[in-house]
Design a protein around this ligand. Structure first.
Ligand code: GTQ
Ligand code: FE2
Length: 343
């Protein structure tokens, strides 16, 4: 006998559909979405003393041969679900390599840069190109370039690493390969390809592989910006972006690196944008207001400006420049036509 069909309902439909791995748009609650971007990433600041203390202890207890591929300490944002990232797109870590140690050669799809904080004379080898580190140098290890770090400089070295791991992971593109040797053989040095970038020498053909921005060049360019009054951005002070000389585009496809200089007493105007930025205080001291919270910073501290958080920076010193290093996911946000700014 034919069973009589009871009247259908949304609840009954939802139950039947979920058994077939289907879902109705009526369950998504889109009316709750605000008309501006929202992030769980929180504005926050990490003190150099805390990073440094952990790093020195890690130098004692973490053995680079046995315990870890790298001796790095990552900044964690309390607003990241799962608790593993500095922001939803980018990781910020500090790496410590003592004299006589090396971090073995490998490559991965995540792009990275290093910014040298303390020490000199150690080197990163990128695709056979030796980049000897000095304080303030920026060294790129772009997507799938082989890299190892060697310290035979006679003293420890500390740099900061920025990587696009969360972004690469979100796209399910994260993978890793060890090199067939612990260290790469030297094929060339970054000095040999520097001619294109250096101000001292005439421009040569752009190198196919450019990885190393020397601090001396960066500092000279910052000074030139400062002398030329129009180099002053109302929201960022004297802002110098590290363009990629090979592509003419951003530092790397997923990461834009920059340094910005604030003169003694200089205050920026507040604005916001849909890219997320992580800052490291390379020199000086000051204050940033981020999403209504006040953060006081000095040399060695790091902080996050999450997307669409209104922010302004100030150099609070009466006599010393402040220099901030920053990395942002702006190239990705812009490539997807999602970049917006407002003041
Ligand atoms: O130096 O190659 O902070 O592979 C994380 C992953 C540094 C590195 C990090 C890495 C590296
Ligand atoms: Fe790596």
């Amino acid at each position: 006998m034919k069973q009589e069909r009871i009247r259908d309902s949304i609840e009954q439909l939802n139950r039947d559909m979920s058994e077939k791995s289907l879902e109705g748009h009526w369950n998504l609650g889109l009316e709750d979405l605000p008309p501006y971007p929202v992030t769980s990433v929180q504005p926050c600041l990490w003190r150099w003393e805390d990073v440094h203390e952990s790093m020195i202890r890690a130098g004692e207890v973490v053995n680079l041969e046995q315990d870890a591929e790298r001796r790095t300490i990552r900044l964690l944002n309390p607003g990241i679900p799962g608790g593993h990232g500095t922001t939803h797109t980018i990781h910020f870590s500090f790496q410590y390599v003592k004299h006589g140690e090396y971090a073995r050669a490998h490559r991965h799809t995540a792009a990275a840069f290093r910014f040298v904080l303390q020490g000199r004379g150690a080197y990163t080898m990128v695709n056979g190109q030796q980049c000897v580190m000095e304080e303030g140098d920026l060294i790129l290890t772009p997507q799938l370039t082989w890299h190892d770090h060697v310290n035979d400089s006679g003293k420890p070295i500390i740099w900061l690493d920025g990587l696009d791991i969360p972004l690469t992971q979100a796209l399910h593109q994260l993978f890793f390969e060890p090199y067939h040797q612990e260290q790469q053989a030297l094929e060339t040095t970054s000095d040999e390809v520097a001619g294109f970038y250096s101000h001292a020498r005439p421009a040569l053909e752009p190198p196919k592989q450019f990885f190393h921005y020397k601090w001396a060049d960066t500092e000279r360019s910052l000074e030139r910006l400062r002398r030329n009054g129009s180099g002053r951005d109302p929201y960022d002070g004297y802002l110098l972006e590290f363009l990629n000389p090979v592509t003419g585009g951003p530092t790397m496809p997923t990461i834009q690196c920059a340094v910005q200089l604030l003169e003694p007493g200089q205050e920026t105007l507040a604005h916001r944008h849909t890219s997320t930025v992580i800052y490291h205080v390379y020199r000086g001291e000051g204050t940033s207001i981020i999403g209504g919270q006040v953060f006081q910073w000095r040399q060695g501290d790091s902080f996050v400006v999450p997307l669409w958080n209104q922010h302004a920076h100030a150099n609070t010193s009466p006599d010393t420049d402040a220099i901030l290093l920053s990395m942002s996911d702006a190239p990705v946000v812009k490539a997807l036509d999602l970049y917006r700014e407002a003041s």
